[in-house]
Design a protein around this ligand. Structure first.
Ligand SMILES: Cc1cc2nc3c(=O)[nH]c(=O)nc-3n(C[C@H](O)[C@H](O)[C@H](O)COP(=O)(O)OP(=O)(O)OC[C@H]3O[C@@H](n4cnc5c(N)ncnc54)[C@H](O)[C@@H]3O)c2cc1C
Length: 435
């Protein structure tokens, strides 16, 4: 009997419906598709396949939603951090266009799934707003809104007055609103997706860390400590945690990114009086800074926020102080910096150009990596897209911009210095972009 998995001490671990853990894999199992990792990507792929009556087995090293999917901020965002939609077309032509369109549709798709499967995840499709933190960035917000409109995403530019009204703060200069976005309780969503997979006939094994996978010329053979799964198709959905549980798993893919710690935290519930002056429309917000400011309400009117911090001393305490003072600076009506009741973190996968990567692993074998901090909607959409690929759809018509994986040179050093990238981002935050 395995002892229960310990989850990071997030507010989500307190407010999510519990899940009865699925049994670990034992013995030899034969299936159609094996999925490694039970975050949004793996669960979304498995759900699509189970609904298409494919036999699917998900192997999760820890527990459903234990990785980034269960600890993130919960913002459902239909754009990426760096790559603008036309950059995808410039890089990958028609496939890039399909990929940009998939990103634009991703938030709507996720909320549709939540509704269709009746998942209890405190989901609020109230829109995602990206306010501009400098006057020069308002031009960027306008261009971004226009660009995304061309790729099918409803996006509007809001001027300073409308921005102040939406936020309840005059500290931003304008911004882009994407009404299809919003926010969720991410751990509840992961658990809800897992329940949906199981109710459509898929199988999940938790505490089943995959130590290796190989294509033997006919089938994929995937090994855990106590069992083996043989399958026609394989989806590797381990993102930032690839190599964290089993260091030799997909080493080149694991070393193509750097896992970077992102801190999250929650305030106490705000009083109705204060709440009515901040984010009246309950949107999810992340601004244009590299040293990002982001927040939204949870179901109990706590503000869920976070950030990143330089240096390795007293990190949790300093981070909570920084996030509280950022909120205070934005919303003086809070009267004093809010107390953070829960502080936690997780890994996001960063790469040098902040373009997510899709890889073909072999016959009917797929992976993606490099969320760069945006993967709630995108991971779910890519899970579905990879499932469509293994389900026999012509990959030429899918939104899978496939590249070869390249390990970063001197990966251990890149891993150590990556957090200091924040210093560069902070510097850039003070410079107006050339547009
Ligand atoms: C703190 C934080 C805040 C974030 N905030 C946001 C946000 O607000 N909005 C947004 O869009 N994105 C956000 N992101 C990014 C987003 O959470 C991720 O991109 C997304 O959850 C990735 O989902 P996934 O399923 O691909 O990977 P994960 O959820 O990380 O799942 C991978 C799973 O693979 C498992 N695994 C690893 N190795 C093995 C193995 N050998 N065998 C079996 N299983 C294995 C892990 O245990 C894990 O459960 C945030 C990320 C973090 C860390």
């Amino acid at each position: 009997m395995n002892s229960p998995v310990t989850f990071p001490p997030s507010i989500w671990a307190v407010t999510s419906p519990p899940r009865v853990p699925a049994a670990p894999l034992t013995g030899d199992v034969v299936t159609d598709t094996v999925v490694i990792g039970a975050g949004f990507t793996g669960l979304s792929a498995a759900l699509h396949l189970a609904k298409a009556s494919r036999d699917v087995v998900v192997l999760e090293g820890q527990a459903v939603g234990w990785g980034a999917s269960g600890v993130n901020n919960g913002q459902v965002i239909p754009t990426l951090t760096a790559a603008e939609p036309d950059m995808w077309v410039a890089r990958y032509g028609d496939t890039g266009r399909r990929f940009a369109e998939l990103i634009g549709a991703s938030a709507g798709m996720l909320f549709d799934t939540i509704r269709a499967e009746n998942i209890q995840a405190d989901a609020e499709q109230t829109g995602w707003f990206q306010p501009a933190h400098s006057a020069g960035r308002t031009k960027l917000s306008q261009l971004r809104a226009d660009n995304w409109q061309r790729f099918g995403l409803e996006a509007h530019y809001l001027d300073r007055t409308a921005t102040t009204d939406l936020l309840g703060s005059d500290r931003w200069f304008g911004g882009m609103l994407a009404p299809s976005g919003g926010h969720v309780n991410p751990l509840a969503l992961a658990r809800g997706l897992a329940g949906a997979v199981e109710s459509h006939g898929g199988t999940i094994h938790e505490q089943s860390c995959v130590e290796s996978y190989v294509h033997d010329g006919i089938k994929w053979v995937v090994k855990t400590k106590h069992g083996t799964v043989t399958a026609r198709a394989l989806i590797l959905a381990t993102n930032a945690y690839t190599g964290e549980l089993a260091p030799r798993l997909a080493k080149r893919i694991a070393h193509s990114i750097v896992p970077v710690v992102s801190w999250q935290m929650s305030t106490e519930p705000l009083s109705d009086e204060v709440r009515s002056t901040i984010l009246k429309g309950r949107q999810a917000v992340s601004d244009t800074r590299g040293d990002l400011r982001f927040f939204h309400y949870d179901r109990d009117n706590r503000l869920i926020t976070g950030g990143a911090i330089l240096g390795e001393w007293n990190v949790q305490e300093r981070m909570a102080k920084k996030a509280a003072s950022n909120l205070m600076a934005s919303f003086p009506q809070l009267k004093s910096p809010p107390k953070m009741t829960h502080v936690w973190n997780g890994f996001l996968s960063m790469n040098w150009d902040r373009f997510p990567r899709v890889h073909s692993l072999g016959p009917n074998g797929w992976a993606w990596i490099g969320c760069n901090g945006r993967g709630v909607a995108l991971g779910s959409a890519l899970g579905r897209e990879m499932a469509r690929a293994v389900d026999g759809e012509d990959t030429a018509g899918l939104a899978l911009p496939v590249t070869k994986s390249h390990a970063l040179p001197f990966h251990p050093i890149a891993r150590r210095i990556a957090p200091y990238y924040l210093a560069w981002m902070k510097l850039k935050d003070h410079v107006e972009p050339k547009l």
